[in-house]
Design a protein around this ligand. Structure first.
Ligand code: HEC
Length: 151
């Protein structure tokens, strides 16, 4: 977390210019890719699968249902672009799921799935997201915790 002065200044810049200079936004947590996955969780606090489920369904956060179906009978709209997430916890482990969310292009360079925890090298980023990942480190862990629970 940047100190209070930096955060206040960033908030003022955001109001005036509609963007936070990338250098002032929260730095991303460092991660290491090994064996097609990221074994180390991004946060010390374990992921919350209930919050992760809500993020997956929320069009303003994960927005996953625009491309994926998931075992959520209450959600009317479910996408067909990507694989159904039902049972994904049997197919992939937490390390592979973490990498898939953080930077799916490392798994498939031509994928249409967005990188949910990256700020560099992205195209057509909405102003409000400049310099910020789509999901926070804790939100990534919450979504991973939900996905590993899908059997
Ligand atoms: C723009 C469409 C799109 C969005 C949005 C999207 N995905 Fe994907 N996703 C895909 C596609 C397409 C694949 C198939 C593999 C590939 O393209 O590399 C995929 C693959 C996956 C896989 C691997 C599934 C498997 O069985 O191998 C997981 C897990 C996954 N996505 C989770 C998510 C989650 C969670 C979110 C939301 C935080 C999300 N995706 C958002 C398109 C999307």
């Amino acid at each position: 977390m940047p100190d209070r002065t930096t955060r206040v200044l960033a908030a003022v810049l955001f109001v005036v210019f509609g963007t936070i200079p990338p250098a002032m936004a929260d730095p991303l947590v460092a991660f290491r890719v090994t064996d097609g996955g990221i074994a180390q969780p991004l946060t010390a606090q374990p992921g919350d699968p209930v919050h992760g489920r809500a993020l997956v369904a929320d069009p303003d956060h994960g927005g996953c249902l625009s491309c994926h179906a998931a075992p959520m009978p209450e959600e009317d709209f479910q996408g067909q672009v990507g694989p159904n997430l039902a049972g994904v916890g049997d197919r992939l482990g937490p390390a592979q799921l973490r990498l898939r969310l953080i930077d799916p292009k490392r798994i498939n360079p031509t994928t249409v799935m967005p990188a949910f925890y990256r700020t560099e090298g992205l195209h057509r980023v909405a102003k409000a997201f400049e310099g910020k990942p789509i999901l926070t480190a804790q939100e990534i862990e919450d979504v991973v915790a939900y996905l590993v629970s899908l059997h």
